[in-house]
Design a protein. Structure first.
Length: 138
């Protein structure tokens, strides 16, 4: 089973760390907290910057949030890091047998259900802010 990319949880971790310890937030510091390679952090920081969630100071190092933690939703983060391939949480297997009753109909029938499930998940992510998560750390 293909899971949602870990980019999402790493991005939430990164943004939370910047919110809690803005003075320390170099790529190496974040990488140490996430326990991953700084290259991974730089890539994710680039996505977060492109989405307008962070400002990154090259050379000196460090990052700051461009919005208050209460204004950043998990959906913002999810979309910023393209957590799923082709922006689709669920994929249907390719080339089912058209000669089979199920094979010929499965994609059309299942797609509606899967779109609804993804919409519901996105609705839920939109209800949770970074600030709300951070409040639970203490």
């Amino acid at each position: 089973m293909k899971q949602i990319s870990t980019r999402f949880s790493i991005a939430v971790h990164t943004l939370s760390l910047i919110a809690v310890s803005p003075q320390d937030c170099t790529g190496d510091f974040i990488a140490g907290s996430v326990n991953t390679n700084p290259v991974v952090i730089r890539r994710i920081m680039g996505m977060l910057k492109k989405a307008g969630l962070v400002d990154v100071r090259p050379g000196v190092g460090g990052a700051t949030l461009l919005k208050a933690p209460d204004e950043i939703t998990l959906l913002d983060v999810y979309r910023a890091v393209n957590a799923t391939e082709e922006n689709r949480l669920f994929r249907i297997h390719e080339k089912p047998n058209p000669a089979c009753l199920v094979g010929r109909n499965i994609e059309q029938v299942l797609q509606t259900e899967l779109r609804d499930a993804q919409s519901e998940m996105e609705r839920r992510l939109a209800q949770t802010t970074l600030g709300r998560l951070i409040a639970k750390f203490e």
